[in-house]
Design a protein around this ligand. Structure first.
Ligand SMILES: NC(=O)c1ccc[n+]([C@@H]2O[C@H](COP(=O)([O-])OP(=O)(O)OC[C@H]3O[C@@H](n4cnc5c(N)ncnc54)[C@H](O)[C@@H]3O)[C@@H](O)[C@H]2O)c1
Length: 253
């Protein structure tokens, strides 16, 4: 039987101090992994690490900065000696259609959702390979699969990082490196960012439309995403690669 236990594995979760990332940290830790919370929120990240005990630590990371990634990988190597799982979760975006979005906003969205994943995969690749390989899980969105003009920059960034993830998976196959790379595409999940967006001006209509079109579907929880990530991180998913996992309660139909 294939093993979904994560004992003896080391994981880095970006944006692990809040929202979906925090849910992923708690799930991976519950399955036995040592988890490094990598986030810009040092107080919240350190508090979660203190609460969860020795199997969780905190490291400061700005996912948009190459030097910050180098420092993180050096720190993980010296404190944990290995890396098996990288979850590129930090991301997000705001409203803005073609007429509204400025180039500055566009670049910010690309940096947080695309540069972050590029930099993370590149920085962690050598350490992931060092002990025989591992699993990269990039948190995309159903916005990568459906055009939503109000989220044009975010849709573009998540579609871009999804395709980049497939290229990463293919690259490792071609170079005979045993690192799998998959994406997870959440639907609406109750997090601080989701609360901010759904309370913002202009969001009422969006939420009302969503509820009308999805009368049987609840808003998801961070645990719903944590479970999918834990499977992809484990050896039970050894044959799962370059795939998109939609966790959206059927709302992408
Ligand atoms: N919540 C949803 O409904 C939803 C749906 C689909 C996809 N997603 C995706 O899931 C991921 C997490 O979303 P969330 O709703 O939990 O977001 P959130 O804003 O609630 O939490 C994001 C976390 O990332 C951290 N972070 C932000 N910028 C960072 C940076 N530059 N470097 C390091 N850490 C940084 C924050 O401090 C925070 O801890 C994102 O990639 C988002 O696009 C969310």
């Amino acid at each position: 039987m294939l093993n979904n236990d994560l004992s003896n594995k080391v994981a880095v979760v970006t944006g692990g101090a809040d929202g979906i990332g925090e849910g992923i940290v708690r799930t991976l830790c519950g399955r036995g992994a040592h988890v490094v919370i990598a986030d810009i929120q040092d107080e919240k990240g350190s508090a979660i690490a203190a609460e969860l005990g020795v199997s969780v630590s905190f490291a400061l990371l700005d996912v948009t900065e190459p030097d910050s990634w180098s420092n993180l990988v050096t720190e993980v190597e010296s404190s944990c000696g290995r890396l098996d799982i990288l979850v590129n979760n930090a991301g997000g975006g705001g409203f803005g259609n073609l007429d509204q979005l400025t180039i500055e906003e566009w670049r910010k969205i690309m940096a947080l959702n695309m540069d972050s994943v590029f930099l993370g995969c590149k920085a962690a690749s050598t350490l992931l390979q060092a002990d025989g390989g591992g699993s990269i899980i990039n948190i995309s969105s159903t916005n990568a699969n459906r055009a939503w003009p109000m989220f044009s920059g975010y849709c573009a960034a998540k579609a871009g990082m999804t395709m980049f993830s497939k290229c990463v998976a293919q690259h490792f196959l071609e170079t005979n490196v045993k690192i799998r790379c998959n994406t997870v595409h959440p639907g609406p999940i109750e997090t601080p960012n989701f609360k901010r967006l759904s309370a913002a001006e202009g969001a009422e209509q969006l939420m009302a439309d969503w509820e009308k079109n999805n009368p049987f579907t609840e808003i998801g929880t961070v645990e719903d995403i944590g479970e999918v990530v834990a499977f992809l991180a484990s050896d039970a998913a050894r044959y799962v690669n370059a795939s998109e996992f939609v966790a959206a309660g059927g709302t992408l139909l």
